[in-house]
Design a protein around this ligand. Sequence first.
Ligand SMILES: Cc1cc2nc3c(=O)[nH]c(=O)nc-3n(C[C@H](O)[C@H](O)[C@H](O)COP(=O)(O)OP(=O)(O)OC[C@H]3O[C@@H](n4cnc5c(N)ncnc54)[C@H](O)[C@@H]3O)c2cc1C
Length: 261
Amino acid sequence: MPVLVDDRYQKGLIVARRDFTKDLWSIRIRPSDPFPFRAGQYATLGVELEDRVLERPYSIVSAPEEPELELFIELIPGGALTPHLHRLGEGQTVWLRRRPKGLFLRQPPAADLIHLFCATVTGVAPFASFLRQLVRRSQSEGGAVPRILLLQGASHADEFGYLEEMERMSRDLPGFRYVPTVSRPWDEPGWEGEVGRAEDVLRKHADDFGVAPGQGMVYLCGHPGMIAGGRALMRRRGLQDKEILEEQYWPEGKEPTGSDT
Ligand SMILES: Cc1cc2nc3c(=O)[nH]c(=O)nc-3n(C[C@H](O)[C@H](O)[C@H](O)COP(=O)(O)OP(=O)(O)OC[C@H]3O[C@@H](n4cnc5c(N)ncnc54)[C@H](O)[C@@H]3O)c2cc1C
């Protein structure tokens, strides 16, 4: 949506960029003014086109304590904003709405319960932020940490983005399990992990981890198809709607041709 540049925005300097595939990358942005947020929130990012800002929401990967904002972005061919963002590298700037938004993880997972995080590709972002914060807190303060299963689906292994970090966390953080799953294993002869779309293996892993009605929460983030499928499965498992929270990245039925995760 194009809007006029005004004092609702601040500038963000891109200080790092990492490309995972030809259409998936992360950037770290240094805001010119403080940008406090909660894990699970999103930043609204824009580029100036003529005298207007074209903007979209992006979930924040970095933990609130980090000095820079990290975002994990997918290039949508023919999309209005991402082709512009994709051209930007270190030293260039974006516009950033001064206020973060979003209520997705507003009630942080409780320490004595069991939680299921399910993401497609870039939908891992809010969970990464929460887990980074959890690791820091458990190292500095100790105490009980919630049991969390993170299931992340992608077509191919190079789309997980944060695979190594998540695997390291699953070794360091007691009670955290990470399950990446690829939906096109025939393209991945070396892949030894889970196969199938996230919603197709969700029930098996949820049961194995002990996700059950009244025991915790389920959080679904990213692809609308995964969210609809995941929600239906969890309802059939007996979970109530208040135990299933969602962050949907785009409207159902509006995937560009070729998208399957
Ligand atoms: C709360 C929230 C958080 C978000 N966080 C992220 C994030 O962390 N990383 C990220 O890459 N995107 C995220 N998105 C999606 C993002 O806001 C944009 O929709 C996306 O970057 C496409 O923008 P565009 O202007 O290039 O495409 P548009 O011109 O807006 O869209 C073109 C078409 O692509 C569809 N579409 C949008 N995103 C995708 C996608 N990922 N895969 C397939 N089809 C899509 C749209 O529905 C539309 O039909 C988030 C969306 C929401 C609502």
